[in-house]
Design a protein around this ligand. Sequence first.
Ligand SMILES: [Zn+2]
Length: 90
Amino acid sequence: MDKQTFTPVTFGYLRREAKWLHLYCTVCGHDREFDVSQPPFAHMTDSTVVPTLGQSMVCSNCGTKGKVWSVPEFHGALPETRKRWRQLRD
Ligand SMILES: [Zn+2]
């Protein structure tokens, strides 16, 4: 794949490659991993673009809408991702 090209991540890609979606609230820091083949994401079509999802999500911890990051997550990589984000914040 051409490195210059950015292809939006879709649920089809997630199901094939990552299997997990990591949602992260930029307001309170609440985060959680979801298996994309399970509810509430099981009904998403393969062509649904993942980055648009966070704009309509409400954080289950602080209730803020539209500040949730959604990131494809390879199972088991969450601790590493948390570490990266902590470094970004500090
Ligand atoms: Zn929150």
